[in-house]
Design a protein around this ligand. Structure first.
Ligand code: PLP
Length: 346
């Protein structure tokens, strides 16, 4: 499979924007090439210079933690930007199609619709695993991408590894594995498989375990041809300097993040048990993420009751295969106690 043949023709022939930073890289003392403010910024820190378009210092630090070379790493303004760029680079509007596996993360569908790309849905099986037969029947010669969210949002389970490998080995388009919740999972990341499959794209994010949702920083790991295409299509300065600086500082604080992951996982298991013991509980699904899907009596009423108490969960009761379910993010121990004590009174 040649990745370059998957991209849109206009992208193949696109001459990307060339920044001042692309045209001169080196040690000079006077920069009069980018129409910046040469005096400085009205802030304690200076942000008057455009940031590194390829974020090499930040990628170097990420590479040391993830073990993925810089040339296999793309950074986006959230994973949501990487998802959108994949559509724009690889899918011809009105011609190509992509496959999603509901119930799943909503952005794949929104991005498909924004880009006028046909979306084909193959529901997960009742055990929230892949329906490989239906997926195979749904693929045609215009199917460019399959999105697999694992651990899946909103169901919380990991997708069986061997099923994902079956798709990776047989599908001739891109397989995007969204690992936003991988830090909380028992299953290991697919990053190790990048060297095996040129069509694999692994998405991860700083928005969940890393506690940096407001910075907007997502990662896409893939083969060099895919990464080169994403870099060609992205806005030149998609990751701002403040985000690059703060993410670098955060990476030096990995111990704090790992401690929070441990607490979150133990709180998830405690909260799951407490939810399962409630009178209103019908089913608490096992979770590999930092949230729990729970089927309860009259989900909408319980949602509203919690809102009245100042606690917001996600009402997923109208989502197909999640009928009657609430999605509850694991909070701090105090927050979880508060939630449990309210629900125990019902
Ligand atoms: C939260 C989430 C993301 C994160 O998106 P960002 O744009 O990086 O904040 C990605 N995928 C899934 C499945 C999510 O639930």
């Amino acid at each position: 499979m040649d990745i370059k043949d998957l991209q849109r023709e206009n992208i193949k022939t696109l001459k990307p924007y060339s920044t001042a930073r692309d045209e001169y890289k080196g040690q000079a003392s006077v920069f009069l090439d980018a129409n910046e403010n040469s005096f400085g910024s009205p802030l304690p820190a200076n942000y008057n210079r455009y940031p590194d378009p390829l974020q090499l210092d930040l990628k170097d630090a990420i590479s040391k933690i993830k073990g993925v070379p810089i040339e296999n790493t793309f950074l986006g303004n959230g994973s949501d930007e990487a998802i959108d760029l994949l559509f724009r680079a690889f899918c011809n509007p009105g011609k190509d199609n992509v496959i999603v596996l509901p119930p799943t993360y909503g952005m794949y569908e929104v991005s498909a619709n924004i880009n006028d790309v046909e979306l084909r849905k193959v529901d997960l099986l009742p055990n929230f695993q892949l329906d490989l037969e239906k997926i195979a029947e749904t693929i045609d010669s215009n199917t460019k991408m399959i999105f697999i969210c694992s651990p899946n949002n909103p169901t919380g389970n990991s997708i069986d590894r061997s099923d994902i490998e079956t798709i990776l080995a047989n599908f001739k388009g891109l397989v995007i594995i969204d690992e936003a919740y991988i830090n909380f999972a028992r299953q290991k990341t697919f990053i190790q498989e990048l060297t095996e499959y040129a069509n694999l794209v692994v998405l991860q994010t700083f928005s969940k375990a890393w506690g940096l949702a407001a910075l907007r920083l997502g990662m896409a790991f893939s083969s060099v041809p895919v990464i080169d295409i994403l870099n060609k299509v992205k806005p030149p300065y998609n990751i701002n300097q403040a985000t690059q600086d703060l993410a670098l500082a955060a990476l030096a604080n990995i111990k704090q993040v790992n401690d929070w992951i441990k607490v979150t996982v133990s709180e998830r298991d405690r909260l799951s048990k407490a939810l399962a013991n409630l009178k209103i509980a019908q089913k608490v699904y096992p979770s590999d993420a930092n949230f729990i899907l729970a089927k309860v009596d009259d989900a909408s009423a319980i949602y509203n009751l919690l809102v009245d108490k100042g606690i917001i969960v996600r009402d997923r009761s109208k989502v197909s295969l999640c009928e009657g379910c609430l999605r509850i993010t694991v909070g701090t121990p105090t927050e979880n106690d508060e939630l449990i004590s309210i629900l125990e009174k019902l």
